[in-house]
Design a protein around this ligand. Structure first.
Ligand code: BES
Ligand code: MN
Ligand code: ZN
Length: 503
């Protein structure tokens, strides 16, 4: 699928389908809409006047145009004028585009009505509007059909999505380009997550990171098992102990800042499948644990997007990758290992494995790469799903300025988050009788104690932890998030890198 932009007279558009946003309570269409309305013999005005279509957010109505070269027009509700946000536009674009895809249309144009900015709650530039619409449309069309071998002719795929506006061409192409990079990077993350774990092993994840990273201009280094042994990365090796697949530590570097600027570390949990290990999970629903590398996939996508967008920061992406398996050689409850930074960890539950691979990657970022800040993302705790459900990323950190920026970026991009406290009192829960700390804190405050564990490896370096256990996957289709992997928090983190606060 290709995403394009177009300006010019509304009547001269050619496409198979056109998406038009409509504000609630308008009985006469906005000027550009009126130009299209004239092409369809006034059907739009007639429908609005009849009250058949109330333009509630994401409501849709598809017209058959008869005489107009564009065969179908999808009206999508934007809700009340003055209440809409960029997220409203993203969702409407996603909804309209996927509805026309389902009708098997190949070339879809989205018309940015000329008063779109006036309808928003907070004023936005045309470039931001075009970006939001590109994201919504592009993200809504994601599908992975590789494993379907029969009736492939029934698979509906769009060839082009064109964003049309009668305003500034420069702003339009700028927004389109930015949005397209995000759409493509998120599709990469979603693809890696959706493939099963017998396909996406740590080895395959590393190969894909290398291929996509180098194509985007990143330098990529893969640390092999022997390297991890030489480096004494006790956490990654401990989790990998029960596996027949070798572990990898993927490192991706982007040099967009000045030569001597320390990098920002982007760390993602790459557990390609989480059985729980010897502390094995119940069978029901275990298949979903292929998405336990969603943080790693997001980190790869962020690095690729940052390179393609030319973000003016030095970045180092680190993705520790392995599956978590039970076997005769597996890590056992009660075992003690020494992490990369020298701390000893008593493992009381082998299912709390994410923190064990992240701690080594975080220490490496700080001691070897001299990271000035760390953002980590992980499907870390079931407790986060209990606390925040599937709407909000759990956000915790030791630097309020950085936490606030991530929350603001989440709000702006639609990758929303909510902060949980990280008071020092919680650290008591990780006290071990035999080692420096234990890997679980008991039933209480599971998301917080997981973050406390990571904090012991971060020290004072400004750091934010994103728990995406509830948001990385959706069981319920949402306007631009088909069922399955969502690509959260790629957009929030890219936005934070572009609005980097003084630390
Ligand atoms: N990968 C899981 C967390 C998870 C659960 C993500 C459900 C997505 C959906 C993680 O490794 C895990 O198993 N965490 C344990 C921690 C516990 C043993 C302290 C959990 O949340 O139960
Ligand atoms: Mn686990
Ligand atoms: Zn896990």
């Amino acid at each position: 699928m290709k995403m394009l932009s177009q300006t010019g007279a509304p009547q001269e558009l050619t496409a198979d389908g056109l998406v038009i946003g409509i504000y609630e309570g308008e009985d006469t269409p906005a000027p550009t809409t009126a130009a299209w309305d004239a092409c369809v013999s006034g059907q739009i005005a007639a429908i609005l006047a009849s009250g058949d279509f109330k333009a509630k957010p994401n409501a849709t109505l598809v017209l058959h145009t008869l005489a107009f070269p564009i065969k179908r027009v999808a009206l999508v509700g934007l809700g009340k004028k003055g209440e809409a946000t960029l997220e409203t536009l993203r969702q409407a674009a996603g909804k309209g585009t996927s509805i026309l895809r389902d009708l098997n249309l190949k070339h879809i144009t989205i018309g940015l009505v000329d008063d779109a900015p006036r309808g928003l709650k907070a004023p936005a530039e045309l470039a931001e509007i075009a970006q939001a619409v590109t994201e919504g449309a592009g993200m809504s069309l994601f599908q992975l059909t590789d494993y379907r071998t029969r009736d492939r002719e029934d698979i509906k795929t769009v060839e082009t999505v064109t964003i049309w506006s009668n305003h500034s061409e420069t702003a339009l192409t700028e927004g389109l380009r930015h949005g397209t990079v995000l759409v493509e990077s998120i599709a990469l993350a979603r693809t890696l997550i959706l493939h099963p774990s017998n396909v996406v092993t740590a080895t395959r994840l590393a190969e894909e990171a290398q291929r996509a990273g180098e194509a985007a201009g990143l330098s990529v280094k893969i640390f092999e098992k022997a390297d991890l042994e030489a480096m004494k990365m006790g956490g990654i090796l401990a989790v990998n102990q029960g596996s027949v697949h070798p572990p990898k530590l993927i490192m991706m570097e982007h040099r967009g800042g000045s030569a001597d600027d320390p990098p920002i570390a982007i760390v993602g949990k790459g557990i390609t499948f989480d059985t729980g290990g010897i502390s094995i999970k119940p069978g029901e629903g275990m298949e979903k644990m292929k998405y336990d590398m969603a943080g790693g996939a997001a980190a790869i996508a962020i690095m690729v997007a940052a390179a393609r967008l030319g973000i003016k920061k030095n970045l180092v992406g680190l993705i520790p990758a392995t599956d978590n398996m039970p076997s005769g050689t597996a890590l056992k409850p009660g075992d003690v290992f020494t992490a990369y930074n020298g701390l000893t960890v008593e493992v009381l539950n082998t299912d709390a494995e994410g923190r064990l691979v992240l701690c080594d990657a975080i220490s490496y970022a700080i001691t070897e790469k001299k990271a000035c800040a760390v953002i980590d993302m992980a499907t870390l705790t079931g407790a986060c799903i209990i606390a925040l459900g599937t709407e909000a990323v759990g956000v915790l950190g030791n630097h309020q300025g950085l936490v606030d920026q991530l929350l603001a970026s989440g709000e702006r991009t639609g990758d929303r988050g909510w902060q949980l406290p990280l008071w020092k009192e919680y650290n008591e829960l990780l006290r071990s009788d035999i080692a420096d700390l234990k890997n679980i804190g008991g039933r209480e405050a599971g998301t917080i104690t997981a973050a406390c564990f990571l904090q012991r490896f971060v020290g004072d370096t400004p750091w934010v932890h994103l728990d995406i256990a509830g948001t990385a996957w959706t069981e319920k289709e949402k306007p631009y998030r088909p069922k399955g992997p969502t690509g959260t928090p790629v957009r929030a983190v890219i936005d934070t890198l572009m609005h980097w606060p003084a630390l």
